[in-house]
Design a protein around this ligand. Structure first.
Ligand SMILES: [Cu+2]
Length: 458
């Protein structure tokens, strides 16, 4: 397939691209899953028919204050069943949106009332969790921002949803099929066009000395973004929604696996600024342009302070934690001998015939029994052993976890962590949220072809 040039052109060329009006909100407040035509590709290519929330890609930014609730009626105007997962929210299990585990998928024409508390401030997101490999790729995702009680000392708060799209340049439509065996067995579906907030030419304007909060969300199906700040001094203040103990100066590459988020405070220090992404072999390209004009009246500020902590960020003592191990195996170039799929032990060849390429702890896809049955409040250590040749962004629903480093120290709280081949990884968490929780790879083609399991907390 011809590649789109990912090089940005002057952004004026695309200013006339279609914008999509948002429908007026009815009562109850709705989130409507429906088809829409959106100009994802540069001018001159066709519009893309997307599956959207409320007609836009990404969907509307949902904002609420910490301690408040989100109440949205999902209205399914698509031709297929769907459901919404509220990624990273320590949520009531019945609201987690996982079709087949926590709710039935909402049929075409149906509705589902989502209503849940927001215990934690931070940057979260929402996306389809029914056939997500296809539905997220078609556009069903958006940002969910939970605001701290007190506003930060920043000039602006910007949400940047990073994504990529695999388009057919001849039509502008999505390349099909979505379940291509090559994608499923390799790195997943990566796009030939990247962008921010639905724009390949996303641009912010700012003044020198302005201080911005940037909330980066990787909504891509499979792409790992390696990012660099240009013309900006930055600090990381939160990962996957959760505040860091102290701001961490950004001096190096920021790696953002699918579904991960990072909150940055950036000061605009140069006349040219932006967010660069690594393409290949020392080739860094502009992903988000910051057009700097003029100088803010404000003087440069001292380094930012930490965000206020969220509740329940400490883990219980891990000395007596339940110890679990999970071998991750399968995929191209590594394979596996066999795995259990739908109650049957299958050879790798038999699995491939059923469109399954991966296994977690010897099991491909959901089984009737969970990977682990945990008691409420129980501390858990889970070792991930990646015997594949691919990286995997592993996501636990309902609970954040910390990486346990080799020296026993703990990393920051996260809900998604990148596992790389042949590097043992251990995470720890408190099973303090009752329910059936998915644990899966967020390379969504992997999740759909074996890399999905679940735990039960009761
Ligand atoms: Cu994976």
């Amino acid at each position: 397939m011809t590649q789109f040039s990912m090089t940005r052109r002057g952004f004026c060329a695309a200013m006339a691209a279609a914008t999509v009006a948002r429908p007026a909100l009815a009562s109850p407040e709705t989130l409507i899953a429906r088809k829409a035509d959106v100009q994802l590709a540069p001018e001159g290519y066709g519009a893309t028919q997307v599956w959207s929330y409320d007609g836009s890609v990404p969907g509307p930014v949902l904002r609420a204050r910490q301690g408040h609730r989100i109440t949205r009626q999902l209205v399914n105007e698509l031709d297929v069943p769907t459901s919404v997962h509220w990624h990273g929210i320590r949520i009531d299990n019945a609201m987690d949106g996982v079709a087949g585990l926590t709710q039935d998928a909402v049929p075409p024409g149906g509705t589902f009332d989502y209503d849940f508390a927001l215990p934690d401030a931070g940057t979260y997101w929402y996306h389809a969790h029914t056939n997500s490999m296809e539905q997220v790729a078609r556009g069903l995702s958006g940002a969910l921002i939970v605001e701290e009680p007190d506003a930060l000392d920043v000039d602006r708060d910007e949400v940047l949803v990073l994504d990529d799209w695999l388009l057919d340049p001849a039509t502008g439509g999505f390349a099909e099929p979505f379940n291509h065996p090559m994608m499923m067995s390799h790195g997943g579906r990566t796009g030939n066009l990247v962008g921010v907030n639905g724009r390949y030419d996303f641009t912010l304007t700012a003044q020198q000395n302005e201080r911005l909060r940037l909330r980066l969300i990787n909504a891509a199906n499979a792409r790992i973004f390696d990012l660099r700040l240009e013309g900006m001094t930055g600090w990381a203040i939160a990962l996957d929604g959760m505040p860091l103990d102290a701001p961490v100066p950004v001096t190096d590459v920021i790696t953002l696996a699918p579904a991960q988020r990072i909150d940055l405070i950036v000061d605009i220090v140069a006349q040219e600024a932006g967010l660069l992404m690594w393409m290949q072999e020392d080739n860094w390209q502009l992903l988000a342009d910051v057009t700097v004009s003029g100088q803010s009246a404000r003087a440069a500020r001292p380094a930012p302070s930490a965000l206020p902590p969220n509740p329940r960020m400490e883990l219980p003592a891990l000395a007596d934690a339940r110890k679990l191990e999970m071998v991750m195996e399968g995929g191209a170039m590594a394979g596996m001998e066999s795995a259990v799929y739908q109650g049957e032990r299958l050879s790798f060849r038999e699995m491939i015939e059923r469109g399954q390429f991966w296994a977690l702890a010897g099991q491909a896809g959901l089984s009737d029994t969970p990977f682990a049955k945990l008691s409420i409040g129980e501390p858990v250590r889970l070792k991930l052993i990646n015997r594949t040749v691919f990286p995997h962004g592993m996501h636990l629903h309902g609970t954040h976890f910390r990486e346990v480093h080799a020296d026993g120290s703990l990393g920051p709280l996260r809900d998604t962590i990148l596992s790389v081949p042949n590097q043992p990884l251990e995470i720890a968490f408190a099973a303090d949220n009752p329910g059936k929780w998915l644990f899966h790879c967020h390379m969504l083609a992997h999740a759909a072809s074996g890399m999905t399991t679940w735990i039960n907390v009761a």
